[in-house]
Ligand binder design. Structure first.
Ligand SMILES: Nc1nc2c(ncn2[C@@H]2O[C@H](COP(=O)(O)OP(=O)(O)O)[C@@H](O)[C@H]2O)c(=O)[nH]1
Ligand SMILES: [Mg+2]
Length: 256
């Protein structure tokens, strides 16, 4: 069971649909389903196999509680816990090898309120293994300061779901050229390089702050390498699926 988490518009829903198709086309023996956990989404680029909107609809929450869209989104996310048993039953019925979970557009609703980690721990019942894929939006990470801000978000998500392995993805890489992709992936592996780019490209307070933060990341030790993905080609999905399999295999060996 993998959760896709990232800022609004980072490509979570797109990747959820793509990865399902990738998995089932790769090996007909292996099954995969999608679960939409965004009660407010209007259009989804795939047909979810399980959908929280069968239980909670944003417009109805707005009407019933007299709330605007933002307030209703917060309440709707909190109300999801009331339907955990229904979701579990549906998941059980599918009995699928892979469950790909698409979370709400706004990452803070899933990651920073109580609901997300609670859902992740409740739905990971029995022997279901879990992982989180955190998406770094290519639009935001071209400069060291944007990269560092997203890295901080990724680190706080890791902190919130601390028992679950996390894979970091660089999404929409078709928006970047090869050199830019190499540079950003290199930053994720080598914080010294990040520190150098920061000192070259940022100025004043931002530079000073970014240098301090890169220093902290160096001290924390390197995080995993970013996996570049795009809707335009499958190579990223090969890498991503390989990483997911490795996470799940190593988790298994911890159990037995
Ligand atoms: N260029 C490009 N656009 C993408 C890619 N993946 C998603 N998008 C676009 O980014 C927008 C947001 O994607 P979506 O999956 O809905 O993001 P979510 O809010 O994180 O679920 C949509 O307009 C997508 O078509 C990609 O690999 N490349
Ligand atoms: Mg979405």
């Amino acid at each position: 069971m993998n959760y896709f988490i990232g800022t609004a518009g980072s490509g979570k829903s797109t990747l959820t649909g793509l990865l399902k198709d990738y998995i089932i086309n790769r090996d007909p023996e292996i099954s995969a389903i999608t679960l939409n956990l965004d009660p407010g989404v209007k259009v989804i680029p795939y047909a979810p196999d399980i959908d929280i909107r069968d239980f909670i609809v944003l417009e109805e929450v707005m009407e019933e509680y007299g709330l605007g869209p933002n307030g209703a989104m917060i309440l709707a996310s909190d109300l999801m816990v009331n339907y955990l048993d229904d979701l579990k039953d549906e998941i059980d019925e599918f009995n699928s090898d892979w469950i790909l979970v698409d979370t709400a557009g706004q990452l803070e609703l899933f990651a920073f309120r109580e609901t997300g980690p609670l859902i992740a721990s409740s739905l990971g019942f029995g022997d279901i293994q879990r992982s989180v894929c955190f998406l770094f939006d290519s639009n935001f990470v071209l400069r060291p300061n944007g990269f560092i801000s997203t890295l901080l978000l990724a680190a706080s998500v890791q902190f919130r779901f601390r028992k679950i392995s996390q894979i970091n993805i660089l999404s929409k890489v078709d928006l970047l050229d090869e050199d830019q992709i190499d540079m950003i992936v290199n930053w994720s592996q080598d914080f010294q390089a990040l520190e150098e780019s920061t000192s070259e490209r940022e100025k004043g307070l931002i530079r000073e702050l970014s240098m301090h933060l890169s220093e902290v990341f160096i001290q924390m030790g390197s995080t995993a390498e970013l996996i570049p993905c795009t809707i335009r080609e499958e190579h990223g999905l090969d890498l991503l699926f390989g990483s997911l399999q490795r996470v799940f295999d190593s988790d298994k060996s911890r159990f037995y």
